[in-house]
Design a protein around this ligand. Structure first.
Ligand code: V47
Length: 360
């Protein structure tokens, strides 16, 4: 492979030989002016693993409350109890939302919310059981590690007992959020009340040990450095070596509207693509890299399929977190639109379930 940036040559040698990339390699990839060179290496690895396939899932998002005591500065979704926009759905209201889509072949319910101190542990187990009852054919992918940590305090149970109680009620998978960027500096500046790196890793390890797979994310494009992004990826790779419980990695592009960081510009397309490509190259033990169309837009997500991504997430239906922060993408896509996005990008669309089994 020919590169405009000579610094990519030694990395390509390692990639071809199946050798692991290190911290300096990661920083070189993210700093490189040769977007196409970084992308071609990531595409090589992606095609070896997944050929021409690009995945999507028929899913529905449920955000049961936006009341949250953590109040991270990057979040436009969270609010305080009693505020004009505050809401908390009862279990019956959640059931109604699911029934509204009852005639659609939803295979995954993606459910996250805030740390709402007015809800008891029974609400959460009741919610899982109610969803399993209304949607017996769908996988419940719910609660970030931040919520799981909170629920273990609320229940008075140990972390592993809490996870087992949630599993018994229907929790089958967990989304990736909550770690944001595993850097003490960024934690102190943007989300001081949220659990830190060590606890996030402990929760994920416990969840994986309980036989529940999860995803992992990185919130990028705010105040983090490129070095902090790479360190975050390497920490995820280390835990994956230990547990094998991560399914997909999803870079989340920061949206600043209606947040305390509204002065920050949106991420650029080059940064979005390089972050996806670098993740594919560094995370050699992750099967799936998702291009989350909600955050980077449908068009960029299509291009990302040639820069290391093999998954576009799904139909979503009513995304709230990023749209409150100014996302201009649609709030959901139809199955036909997902298929068109994939095929017109030159890939073969495969509908999947939460565990990447081919369906449909
Ligand atoms: O942890 C919050 C992020 C995450 C903003 O696992 C923001 O399949 C950008 O985890 N701009 C929650 N991002 C969402 C999440 C997720 C999303 C899609 C798929 C999966 C999966 C997981 O949303 C939070 C935080 O990092 N977030 N506010 C914002 N203003």
């Amino acid at each position: 492979m020919e590169f405009l940036d000579p610094a990519l040559g030694p990395i390509w040698k390692k990639v071809k030989a199946g050798e692991r990339l290190g911290f300096d390699d990661g920083v070189t990839l993210l700093r490189s002016p040769d977007l196409s060179g970084v992308g071609r290496m990531a595409d090589h690895v992606r095609r070896k693993r997944h050929g021409n396939i690009a995945y999507y899932v028929y899913n529905q998002h449920v955000n049961y409350t936006n009341v949250c005591s953590n109040r991270c500065t990057f979040c436009a979704f969270a609010t305080d109890e009693g505020c004009r926009d505050a809401y908390t759905w009862s279990i019956d209201e959640v059931k109604e939302r699911l029934k509204e889509r009852g005639d659609e072949p939803v295979r995954e319910i993606h459910m996250v919310g805030g740390l709402n101190e007015s809800l008891g542990f029974d609400y959460f187990t009741g919610l899982l059981k109610a969803i399993a009852e209304v949607r017996p054919g769908a996988t419940i992918k719910a609660f970030t590690a931040v919520e799981i940590d909170y629920l273990s305090k609320l229940s008075g149970l140990s972390l592993s007992e809490t996870v087992l109680a949630l599993k018994k009620a229907g929790l089958a998978m967990m989304p990736g959020g909550g770690a944001e960027v595993m850097s003490q500096r960024v934690h102190g500046a943007l989300f001081p009340k949220k659990i830190g790196k060590e606890r996030w890793l402990e929760v994920m390890e416990t969840v994986h040990q309980a036989g529940i797979p999860s995803n992992a994310t990185l919130l990028y494009g705010h105040i983090e450095t490129l070095e902090e992004r790479v360190a975050h990826l390497l920490t995820l790779r280390d835990l994956q070596d230990k547990t094998g419980g991560f399914s997909a990695f999803i870079p989340l592009a920061f949206h600043s509207k209606n947040t305390e960081l509204s002065h920050l510009p949106p991420t650029g397309g080059v940064d979005d693509l390089k972050t996806i490509a670098a993740a594919r190259l560094i995370l050699d033990n992750f099967d799936h890299i998702k291009a989350y169309w909600v955050m980077i837009g449908e068009k960029m997500a299509q291009v990302a399929l040639s820069f290391g991504a093999d998954d576009l997430d799904g139909t979503i239906i009513e995304e709230r977190i990023t749209h409150t922060a100014g996302a201009t993408s649609k709030k959901g896509l139809t199955r036909g639109e997902m298929v068109r996005l994939v095929t017109s990008a030159g890939f073969e669309p495969v509908e999947r379930d939460s565990f990447y089994n081919h369906v449909g």
